[in-house]
Design a binder for this molecule. Structure first.
Ligand code: GLN
Length: 268
């Protein structure tokens, strides 16, 4: 386990745990920890970031846990390790916030397919189930309608969510979960919705990293821990420019005639 921290005016630092980056670090989701840490530091709020490798015990006392995307094999191994440790289960019982991306979301649900397509038990911390479908892998930009994040304190408006997706599985939200938004461009959960929220556990198919491209989602998660009043406003102008460019690109791509890479190579 490695750890880094910064000083602050608060008595206790906000603790963020990145789980198993060597298994669930394929899609760059490790950047989410950086975004959360910086957005706390810029506001003078202390943060401690821990990285837990597979095989090490998962602490159950952190405020926020990050679970990234990964390939089919490593995601089975990560599930086994998390089931064995039970640290994440205890943390969720105590109200910890969890952001789980793609494979992370799939393994936190009730069931998900392994590399052979066989259904495996997930951790049951998110009310959803992931299935293999007879459709191509979902790869490309993912854009949603204006997202709503429902918390115990009310509904937070997140604006459109933007990112990229790369997954074979499709996720069916269960009756006790909320979704974040409807899909405008891309596939998302696969039924026209994107993301699954059960209590303080949030799953999404958005890579990007998701919080770099959607800072309002980052602040919504931090608000659950430090309270929205502590989150003084930040200058997100550069991110807003990036978001506008990516939202435009996603819509343009959607309108462009679909060509496979084989078509492109044949015509070049
Ligand atoms: N292996 C999973 C799938 O293909 C998750 C992929 C990911 O995390 N991007 O559905």
């Amino acid at each position: 386990m490695t750890s880094s921290s910064t000083s602050t005016h608060r008595d206790s630092a906000v603790t963020i745990v990145s789980l198993y980056p060597e298994l669930l670090g394929t899609y760059g989701d490790g950047g989410n920890a950086l975004v959360l840490s910086r957005r706390l530091e810029w506001r003078g709020i202390a943060v401690e970031h821990l990285t837990v490798d597979a095989g090490a015990p998962v602490p159950d006392s952190a405020d926020l846990y990050l679970v990234g995307g990964g390939e089919d094999g490593p995601q089975v191994q990560a599930t086994r390790e998390l089931e064995r440790s039970q640290g994440l289960h205890r943390a969720v019982d105590k109200g910890a916030v969890v952001l789980a991306i793609c494979a992370g979301m799939q393994i936190l649900g009730h069931r998900f397919p392994d590399a052979s397509g066989a259904s495996r038990d997930g951790l049951g911390l998110l009310d959803c189930e992931t299935v293999r479908v007879d459709r191509p892998r979902a790869v490309g930009e993912l854009l949603t309608t204006s997202a709503q994040f429902t918390t115990a304190r009310g509904v937070v408006d997140l604006g459109p969510l933007t990112g990229f997706e790369n997954h074979a599985g499709r996720t069916v939200p269960g009756p006790t979960s909320h979704v974040l938004a409807s899909v405008e461009v891309g596939e998302g959960n696969g039924n026209g919705s994107e993301g699954v929220v059960t209590g303080n556990v949030i799953g999404t198919y958005l890579h990007g990293p998701a919080l770099a491209r959607n800072p309002r989602l980052a602040d919504a998660l931090l608000g659950l821990i430090v309270g929205p009043e502590a989150l003084t406003s930040l200058d997100d102008h550069d991110v807003d420019v990036l978001r506008a460019e990516r939202i435009h690109a996603a819509r343009e791509h959607e309108l462009a005639p679909r060509r496979s890479w084989r078509d492109v190579l044949r015509r070049s």
